[in-house]
Design a binder for this molecule. Structure first.
Ligand code: APR
Length: 256
């Protein structure tokens, strides 16, 4: 019989160190679009090359800044869902818990998870493209930039360079300390729970594979099959907001 929620709960409940590795799918039920879902995915609606590369920012900083402001203000308008809340509840039960996310929203933090490692940066950490100093978030301008409006980026108060989104663009290196922390956690954990990622974008997609190579049990939560299916010991075909609360309650029956 295929492994199911009961098997996943047993693995989770017995784990000393649990890593939770999340992608855009965990924020989908909050109303944040994923990237590769057909029709609704951002890369089905927008051109990644024109919006999510250093060249794009070089070429048209206002278009790129405006688009990320649209995404940031969308992220601020939505709320964490039961999937984020279940991940936050794990901290009270797993002896050691590491939350690694590819997401640039702050929904894990707003659900109560502390020390979330952002492998692809954050919409809430803009920085100067020249001197790299952190910049303040613009106060949420009353008019909501729509997804296509150009908004000129602010200038750095120190060097007058352009402020850029604090996210990792295609072709850019991931933050070194985040990647190292993720590799250490993945290679020392007992269970890695991968939620809502297509497992297509490297080097982040290496993390669940690394965990499996070091003997961790990988549990996947995703309504669709992904290239991570063969890596997972248990594949739970469902959504984050449906599966995660049930999984946490079953793993630590007092989890409530
Ligand atoms: N619950 C769980 N998973 C879901 C849900 C849901 N409600 N809805 C969709 N999914 C799954 C999809 O089936 C898909 O496998 O979430 C996954 C989302 O995949 P992507 O859209 O590719 O997002 P992600 O894997 O996070 O992308 C990785 O690509 O564009 C870059 O930097 C960007 O961090 C991003 C990276």
């Amino acid at each position: 019989r295929p492994m199911d929620l009961h098997d996943a709960a047993k693995l989770l409940g017995q784990a000393r160190h649990v890593v939770v590795f999340t992608g855009a799918g965990i924020s989908a039920e909050s109303g944040v679009p994923t990237f590769r879902d057909a029709l609704t995915g951002l890369w089905s609606r927008f051109d990644a090359q024109a919006l999510a590369t250093p060249q794009a920012f070089e070429e048209d900083p206002a278009l790129v800044w405006g688009w990320y402001e649209w995404r940031r203000q969308l992220a601020q308008r939505v709320r964490p869902n039961h999937g984020h809340l279940a991940v936050a509840r794990m901290a009270a039960h797993a002896p050691e818990l590491t939350v690694l996310t590819q997401n640039v929203d702050d929904l894990h933090e707003r659900a109560g998870s502390s020390s979330v490692t952002h492998l692809h940066g954050s919409l809430f950490a803009p920085r100067c493209a020249t001197c790299t100093r952190a910049a303040e978030l613009p106060d949420s301008a009353e008019e909501q930039p729509d997804d296509g409006r150009r908004v000129p980026p602010p200038h750095c108060r120190y060097c007058d360079g352009l402020i850029r989104p604090g996210v990792v663009w295609f072709g850019e290196a991931l933050p070194q300390e985040a990647l190292e922390a993720a590799a250490v956690a993945a290679s020392t954990c007992d269970v890695l729970l991968t939620v809502g990622t297509s497992g297509l974008v490297y080097p982040a997609a290496e993390i669940p594979r690394l965990a499996a190579r070091y003997g961790a049990a990988v549990i996947q939560v995703n309504p669709q099959p992904t290239p991570l299916d063969p890596v997972a010991r248990v594949n739970l075909h469902g959504t984050a907001a449906e599966v995660l609360p049930a999984l946490v309650s079953a793993a630590w029956s007092d989890a409530g």
